[in-house]
Design a protein around this ligand. Structure first.
Ligand code: HSE
Length: 297
């Protein structure tokens, strides 16, 4: 039955996981945005909730409006934001993926998940300058996703504790990409490839230790860590509190730690304390690898 109105839940996501720059991503169980889509004669955007005053409501400048226009439909989109802006938690991917998914359902377009990822990634390109799909793909598929060229592979690791600590530091994806070197040495490529391979096995086996050990990335993480005050100390504090691994979530500044589910609170506390010792306020999301987008009603 064709619907005139849809309400969907779209998860935050964490891209890269250290080893898989622009290739790996996970959906997080929390935080998430709620998006309502209604049929309308023209496209209108209403932004509500967290940081909404900083996001343009002009459909030509708003990622949700851009995705609607790529899909050649007009809709009213209301976004109840919970995912912090410019945090490295996929705050622009969520509306891009949500609107692509919602329009496909509402207008019964019959597009595959893979096609929706491509459309949402075009929206991401319009705002960040690069069409990386490592946030939109896990938002749509859920779980752990490998996205490379036309291929998307998703896995469903279970009971993986995740602590995502978002410091009050502004890092734009554009800036965090601009500072990266264009070339890596053979040694660094070999290190990153080894970790990427073992990360996939870790995810297949839901092996927290192996996932954590595989999170390190030579070069990209080191370069970007300079944008995050307290990075080294916070990472150290999480490891001391029992985390299996810590890395930058997407382009930062959020840091994510992987751990057992029962260790999450202690690790969150240790990371927040370490940031505050550097005079940086932060907040923690205690979460796990979660579901992709779904319709609430
Ligand atoms: N893979 C992208 C990057 C994700 O690291 O720039 C941006 O959130």
């Amino acid at each position: 039955m064709v619907k005139d109105h849809l309400k969907i839940r779209v998860p935050a996501t964490s891209a890269n996981l250290g080893a898989g720059f622009d290739v790996f991503g996970i959906a997080l169980e929390t935080p998430y945005d709620i998006i309502e889509i209604e049929k309308s004669d023209s496209t209108k955007i209403v932004m509500l909730g967290r940081d909404s005053q900083f996001v343009p409501a002009d459909p030509q400048r708003n990622i949700a409006g851009i995705v609607a226009s790529i899909m050649k439909v007009t809709v009213k989109i209301t976004i109840y934001r919970n995912i912090p802006l410019s945090s490295g938690l996929g705050s622009s991917a969520a509306p891009a993926a949500g609107v692509a998914f919602g329009i496909n359902e509402m207008f019964e377009l019959g597009l595959s998940q893979n096609e929706l990822v491509r459309i949402a990634a075009q929206g991401e390109k319009a705002v960040s300058g690069a069409a990386h799909a490592d946030n939109v793909a896990p938002a749509i598929y859920g779980g752990f996703v490998i996205v490379h060229k036309d291929k998307i592979i998703s896995l469903r690791p279970e009971n993986i504790g995740i602590v995502a600590v978002h410091p009050e530091i502004i890092v734009s994806t554009r800036q965090a990409r601009a500072i990266l070197p264009k070339k890596l040495s053979l040694e660094d490529i070999s290190f990153n490839t080894g970790n990427a391979a073992s990360m996939v096995v870790g995810m297949m086996k839901s092996d927290i230790r192996l996932i954590g050990e595989s999170m390190a990335n030579h070069v990209i993480e080191e370069v970007r860590s300079n944008l995050i005050k307290g990075y080294r100390e916070v990472k150290q504090s999480a490891i001391q509190a029992g985390a299996a691994g810590v890395t930058i979530s997407g382009s930062g500044p959020t840091l994510i730690a992987v751990c057992r589910m029962d260790q999450r609170e202690n690790i969150a506390e240790a990371m927040i304390r370490a940031f505050s010792e550097k005079q940086v306020k932060s907040e923690a999301f205690i979460t796990t690898i979660g579901k992709g987008i779904y319709i609430i009603k």
